[in-house]
Ligand binder design. Structure first.
Ligand code: PEP
Ligand code: MN
Length: 345
């Protein structure tokens, strides 16, 4: 069925029964539309995808259990705050992200060797990280730069997860690798350069793994949210948004961290937001202040590049914290999390 552009949602009464919801889904289906059900705060909401004229003619408000039918005013629905009022909380094994649970994702830019990654994992764990990052498929600006270890890197990540107990985040660049990345990792990262690779977004919408979606280098906040909508409308609503800096005229940093994106995204969407100060700043000494600022602005997590020996790193060594720096930054992060009354993981 082709999905039309209608932006409507049905808010059910608290007393609505599953049969009431079922009746509405049947009505929508018979009209060639599709309902997407979400329940939070005891309220069930049905987002509608279908042709505007057809839906406008349906007697939805007369159906039992219906409280109101509202237009969704933004070009995305399922990820909007209107659609779901409470924060999405993503649980991965023992750790949570969102709704007051802060994730600390740490690890090297790239998986370079078994020894490097296992050491990084133990440093991450010791510093209190709740997840491990590491790229096996690397999106490099130059085709001559290190492109990642591929499947071998994924195997190393899985081994590090086994040893450390930390869920693993790694990037997917090509839908042909979806199955293997989904199998070896916990969270699938979609990098900034692929934020609007719509086929890749739809593909990750069809797996169980949560998706960490990074903001494109020149993407607006609403474009990021529409990219997330591509994933969620395929059925995968465990999407984590990531602000990682945008291109501006400023040359003092690699990118400009758009700190205001954090509260704006939280106003517009129920999805959790993580900040990546490493790619935003491109400099080790900016990682701590930007991390703390992100937390205070309301971020649900941080993703920080750390390397056992940054001077030997095959990618992004200049922005990667060494073990001692990571321990110091992580300690400040934990202080701020506690001060805010939130919890790590
Ligand atoms: C990364 O996190 O490894 C990465 C390549 O970041 P970005 O897509 O934000 O440039
Ligand atoms: Mn990197």
């Amino acid at each position: 069925m082709a999905i039309g552009s209608t932006e409507m949602m049905i808010v059910m009464q608290e007393s609505a029964t599953p049969e009431d919801v079922e009746r509405i889904l049947e009505l929508l289906e018979s009209a060639g539309a599709r309902g997407h059900v979400s329940t939070s705060d005891l309220v069930t909401v049905i987002g509608i995808a279908g042709e505007r004229d057809v839906i406008a003619g349906l007697p939805l408000e007369a159906y039992p259990g219906v409280d109101k039918v509202l237009p969704i005013l933004r070009p995305y629905k399922l990820v909007s705050r209107e659609f779901r009022r409470s924060d999405t909380v993503i649980t991965l094994g023992e750790t949570c992200l969102g709704g007051g649970h802060i994730a600390l994702i740490a690890g090297p830019c790239s998986v370079e060797s078994r020894a490097q990654l296992l050491e990084a994992a133990s440093i991450a764990k010791e510093g209190g990280a709740t997840m491990l990052r590491g790229g096996a498929f690397k999106p490099r600006t130059s085709p001559y730069a290190f492109q990642g270890l591929g499947v071998e890197g994924l195997e190393i990540l899985a081994e590090a997860r086994g040893q450390s107990g930390l869920p693993v985040v790694t990037e997917l660049m090509d839908p042909r690798h979806l199955e293997v990345v989904a199998e070896y990792s916990d969270v699938i990262q979609i990098g900034a350069r692929n934020m609007q690779n719509f086929q890749l977004l739809s593909a990750v919408g069809q797996v169980e793994n949560p998706v960490l979606l990074k903001r494109g280098l020149a993407a607006t906040i609403d474009e990021l949210l529409m990219a997330a909508e591509y994933i969620v409308r395929e059925g995968n609503d465990r999407v984590i948004l990531c602000e990682r800096g945008i291109r501006t005229f400023e040359t003092a940093t690699r990118n400009t961290l758009d700190i205001s994106a954090v509260p704006i995204i939280k106003q517009r969407s129920h999805l959790p937001v993580v900040v990546d100060p490493s790619h935003a700043a491109g400099k080790v000494d900016l990682v701590e202040p930007l991390s703390l600022a992100a937390l205070v602005a309301g971020a649900d997590g941080l993703m920080i590049e750390m390397h056992p020996t940054p001077e030997t790193a095959l990618s992004d060594g200049v922005q990667s914290l060494d073990p001692r720096q990571f321990a110091a930054v992580a300690a400040r992060i934990k202080d701020v999390i506690a001060w805010m009354g939130k919890s790590l993981g």
